[in-house]
Design a protein around this ligand. Structure first.
Ligand code: MOS
Length: 734
């Protein structure tokens, strides 16, 4: 039954099972769902960043055509708070007159059509008493808080390590705020039936949406159903239950109509979180021959007034290199800005930029090849615990990447490579991504017609969960993928975790593994009850399933089919649940490894015009067992484009006077377009990971990480100019 050891179906570049539905427009995203009698909501947002509401005039809006209700803090119901969670849920909206950030909701208008709702929303008049907003990361008046994940670490003696170093890098790096821009506009459609609530929502975590709405509205959780079979991208934006979700449910309850609330793009910039800005300081000490004697990494990132955020920037320095003296610390500064939140590779993206830039600086200081410096400090075991990694093929990532890229052709001196008027630069970065896995449950059913249905209340945010779990289920159940349906996105299914932290494929894959194994045992129990069965006395490890037929391992003639066993017992179907729980590292005797990667980048810089082009990217990734190479490659490619965005384009600009986001449209917020993205070469290396039975490591986020440093390092190699701040813009290069 542990067929993933010799996979037949997994690994193959199977097309997306939901591909035809998506390209024909038949896949229902949350904003595609309509219900009879549905009304529409539009939000009104604060135009100050700090202060109080002193006046609200909703009369004109209320009498506008089609308007059903206008809710403000003066007439909205008082709601409870959300549940305790990994990520704090924003408090319910419209509960008081305080304004903590520009764009905070101050009213919601419900009308028969979206146009009527938006038109009336513009006629809600709000008066404010302004306070001076805190908007600057360096503002000494702003409250500083410690990292909430307790991930600060220190071992050895950093001061002593720096004192005995032959070379010391001491450098500061900054990264800009970025905004998640999933193409799908976040939408909530809420419909009440008494105390029962059905919600279609753009979320990465349906189970959390259910728990949150139940608690806020004081209704039984069992009566709340959240549906999200498709979501148009997440990147972390769907990890929290945002105030607009609550507004939709509030509006539906008040108007006794189903209500759809679809955010407009500018509202996405203030309403669904964004990547914080960071200021980081890295100190590295090393001996003349390039052995690290100390790493100190400190980070300060932006935070909203009432929010929390997991942004473990400096943690990258606890896993990346073998070093006897390490100290890391993350702090966050409370500002009058919309909530900061996870955005693909939270913390890692910014922390890696600082660490891998500093390593590059050290390599030039020592006169060592940047690749050689990384190999000399290779962490053979987990640097802090000393435990062996559950898997690690980073060395192979470097070797294969250097070979595919042609790293050996690199001239050692900055500015030594040219092509015509362009300066050519080679840069690289290593990536040791964190490990994360949450508990998950799945249910597997084989039906009388020989087909299977496997499901869990998780989401597929475009990463390919439907497809890889169909493949894995088929593999484990001994069926063809065409006979297996995977279901998700419905809280009526067994509970699963968020699609986040690059942890879902492992968590869900292992739950599916457990469910399929439990189902096989259930079939064996049934068959074994008959002493004449060829399967009598067999345990799960004694059998194999081929084409829906369970037989003794190595004896295809001695067995029974799923359908035969069901028919013999008069059953229409048989189901079993399976759970996965992350193990503890100490008990497992190994350090759970996330994915590893190496990024090699060639840039061209036009020194006259300050133009920067990425010419080539070679990525080599250790993701453990790859369930579907085509989809995994797609994740790395998408992440790489995001990394080019972070390095060269993306910056959420806050007006320093008002706190308004000045570029909250896709016309003004720059992202890479096709012309900015060269051919991206992606290779996978490594072996199935030993920490979990399926052997996968998540690859949803690592594709973004390392690009900022690799590009900045290549810019240094091309020009001799060290850029310590992203995005890198033309004026940095003139
Ligand atoms: Mo990811 S930022 O954990 O959705």
């Amino acid at each position: 039954m542990t067929t993933v050891e010799r996979p037949r179906i997994v690994g193959a570049g199977t097309d997306r099972v939901d591909g035809p539905l998506k390209v024909t427009g038949a896949a229902p995203y949350p904003n595609d769902v309509s219900l009879p009698g549905m009304a529409h909501a539009a939000v009104v947002r604060a135009t100050i960043a700090s202060g109080r509401i002193t006046r609200l005039d909703t009369g004109t809006a209320e009498s506008a055509p089609g308007v059903l209700a206008v809710l403000t803090h003066l007439n909205a119901p008082r709601l409870g708070s959300g549940p305790e969670s990994l990520l704090r849920t924003p408090p319910p909206p419209l509960q008081d007159d305080r304004i903590l950030s520009y764009g905070q909701y101050v009213a919601v208008v419900v009308a028969d059509t979206p146009e009527q709702a938006r038109a009336a929303a513009r006629r809600v008049e709000v008066g404010y008493e302004r306070a001076e907003p805190l908007l600057d990361l360096d503002d000494p008046r702003a409250e500083r808080v410690a990292d909430p994940w307790d991930s600060d670490a220190s071992w050895g003696d950093v001061a002593a390590g720096l004192a005995r170093a032959d070379a010391v890098v001491d450098a500061s790096y900054t990264t800009a705020e970025n905004t998640n821009n999933p193409l799908g506009l976040f939408t909530t459609l809420a419909a009440w039936d008494g105390d029962a609530l059905t919600v279609h929502d753009s979320t990465q975590w349906p189970v959390l949406v259910r728990a949150t709405l139940a608690r806020m509205f004081g209704v039984p959780e069992a009566g709340v159903r959240v549906l999200v079979p498709y979501v148009g991208g997440g990147f972390g934006a769907g990890l929290r239950v945002w105030p607009h979700v609550v507004l939709a449910a509030m509006a539906a309850r008040r108007t006794r109509r189903p209500v759809r609330l679809e955010l407009a793009r500018p509202e996405m910039f203030t309403g669904i979180g964004h990547r914080p800005a960071t200021a980081q300081r890295v100190r590295l000490g090393a001996t003349r021959d390039g052995r690290l004697t100390a790493i100190e990494h400190e980070s300060v990132s932006t935070l909203s007034i009432e929010g929390d955020n997991i942004e473990p920037c400096s943690s990258v320095s606890t896993t990346a290199y073998a070093c006897p003296n390490v100290s890391t610390r993350d702090q966050q500064v409370r500002l009058n800005i919309p909530w900061t939140n996870s955005m693909r590779a939270p913390g890692e993206a910014q922390g890696n930029f600082a660490l891998e830039s500093a390593m590059d600086e050290l390599s030039y200081m020592l006169g060592l090849d940047p690749l050689e410096l990384r190999l000399r400090n290779y962490a053979e075991v987990h640097p802090r615990s000393g435990l062996p990694w559950s898997s690690k093929a980073l060395r192979e990532c470097y070797e294969v990447g250097a070979d595919r890229f042609g790293w050996a052709r690199r001239g050692a001196e900055p500015g030594s490579m040219r092509e015509g008027d362009w300066l050519v630069g080679y840069g690289l970065a290593g990536v040791s991504y964190f490990w994360y896995q949450a508990p998950c449950r799945a249910r597997a059913t084989v039906r009388g017609d020989g087909t299977a249905y496997v499901r869990s209340a998780v989401t597929d945010i475009g990463t390919g969960t439907y497809t890889v779990m169909t493949q894995l289920s088929a593999e484990l159940l001994g069926l063809e993928p065409g006979s297996v349906t995977f279901g998700l996105g419905d809280t009526g299914m067994p509970p699963g975790p968020q699609a986040g932290g690059s942890g879902l494929t492992a968590a869900l894959g292992n739950a599916v593994h457990a469910a399929c194994r439990a189902l096989l045992r259930a079939f064996l129990d049934l068959a074994g009850a008959d002493p004449a069965s060829p399967l009598a006395g067999c345990g799960a490890d004694d059998v194999t399933v081929t084409d829906g037929r369970i037989h003794r391992a190595g004896e295809p003639g001695r067995g029974e089919s799923y359908t035969g066993i069901l028919a013999a017992h008069g059953l229409e179907e048989l189901s079993a649940d399976g759970d996965s729980e992350p193990r503890r590292a100490e008990e497992a005797g190994m350090a759970p490894a996330g994915p590893f990667g190496a990024r090699f980048v060639e840039v061209r810089v036009d020194p006259e015009l300050g133009r920067l082009r990425v010419a080539r990217v070679v990525s080599v990734i250790d993701g453990g067992l790859i369930l579907n190479e085509k989809l995994a490659r797609s994740q790395i490619i998408g992440g790489t484009v995001g990394g080019i965005g972070m390095a060269m384009f993306e910056e959420t600009v806050t007006d320093p006077g008002t706190g308004r986001i000045a570029n909250a449209t896709l016309g003004d917020y720059l992202v890479p377009v096709n012309a900015d993205v060269p051919d991206l070469d992606v290779t996978f290396v490594g072996v199935p990971d030993a920490y979990n039975p399926v052997g996968v490591k998540g690859v949803g986020e690592i594709g973004l990480v390392g690009m900022a440093a690799a590009i900045a390092n290549a810019v240094f190699h091309a020009t001799g100019r060290r850029i310590r701040s992203v995005p890198i813009t033309i004026d940095d290069l003139l």
